[in-house]
Design a binder for this molecule. Structure first.
Ligand SMILES: [Zn+2]
Length: 309
């Protein structure tokens, strides 16, 4: 917190010359920080429970907050989000997949994961978000799309990749991902969202989002993982860039963004193969790069999978 205090002092000096802009930026941060603190206080008792018992039905006001935020950033399908009460089958699958995760995921889940919520109709596979306690320590909650429990890993990854291309040229290529495993997509949701949490916890990438950067009070430009691949949070070095990278729209979650012409797929794929990224989505940000890298690595090296596209 001392670091954070110093950072705030520096910011207030800068704000003297940029008063209007800073006041609104500052109040947004304070509002988000207070919200995160209240959520931590509400959920902290969950930490005394086994991780599997932290899979719970999302409270109405948190569902509304998530829905409102997603709508505000253009995910129009968020109006259909519904909190799911996990069934006995959901819980059995969740528990069995928890055992398959990397040690780092398990350790951080045990100490810091406050809750896991299942949402029907969620726009993507899931979401990992952080909250804070009174000392500025980060804790987390995860949202998982309920469909992850019922769809195969291969079908999910195929859909995630293929859904961002339009259907105007039916004869053009489609993406089909095969992992040579029988897992459900839940394994990807837990690996990917869990990797975001491990990332925040250990700083594998310099920071997770702008509010997180401000919380940790550092302006680090690179880490061992991002060095020579990323210029900043959202921009890779030219050698790691690929055409239409900034137009990626998996699941078509952002209708206003539109879809990429399918005829562009072969060239995009050829360019992707020259980058260090394991997927198109890895090119979204350094956080997504890390989360997909960890997920694909674990599926291949530890769960016996092999990726073919
Ligand atoms: Zn992600």
């Amino acid at each position: 917190m001392k670091k954070y205090g110093t950072h705030r002092a520096v910011l207030s000096v800068i704000c003297l010359s940029l008063l209007t802009a800073c006041v609104s930026h500052d109040s947004k941060y304070e509002e988000a920080y207070a919200w995160k603190l209240r959520l931590f206080q509400r959920l902290q008792d969950n930490l005394s429970k086994p991780v599997a018992e932290r899979v719970q039905k999302m409270p109405d006001n948190l569902l509304k907050a998530v829905r409102d935020h997603e709508k505000s950033i253009g995910i129009t399908g968020a109006v259909r989000y519904a909190a799911r009460t996990p069934t006995a089958d959901d819980m059995a699958l969740f528990k069995s997949y928890l055992d398959l995760l990397p040690q780092a995921h398990k350790a951080v889940f045990e100490k810091k994961l406050l809750a896991v919520y299942l949402i029907d109709g969620f726009s993507g596979a899931g979401l990992a978000n952080w909250v804070v306690d009174q000392k500025g320590q980060t804790y987390y909650y995860i949202i998982l799309n309920s469909s992850l429990f019922r769809v195969s890993l291969d079908d999910w990854l195929s859909y995630k990749n293929d859904s961002q291309f339009d259907k105007s040229e039916q004869a053009s290529p489609t993406i089909r991902v095969r992992t040579q495993t029988d897992y459900n997509a839940l394994i990807y949701g837990l690996l990917h969202e869990g990797a975001h949490i491990v990332d925040i916890e250990f700083g594998a990438t310099p920071y997770f989002d702008h509010h997180h950067r401000r919380l940790i009070g550092i302006i680090q430009k690179a880490s061992e993982f991002t060095d020579r691949v990323w210029i900043n949070w959202l921009r890779p070095v030219p050698q790691s860039d690929f055409v239409h990278r900034t137009e990626l729209n998996p699941y078509g979650s952002f209708p206003r963004k539109g879809l990429i012409p399918r005829g562009e797929l072969p060239e995009m794929f050829a360019q992707l193969m020259k980058t260090p990224f394991v997927s198109f989505y890895s090119g979204s940000s350094w956080n997504e790069d890390l989360a997909d890298y960890v997920s694909f690595f674990h599926i291949e090296k530890k769960l016996g999978g092999r990726f073919y596209s």
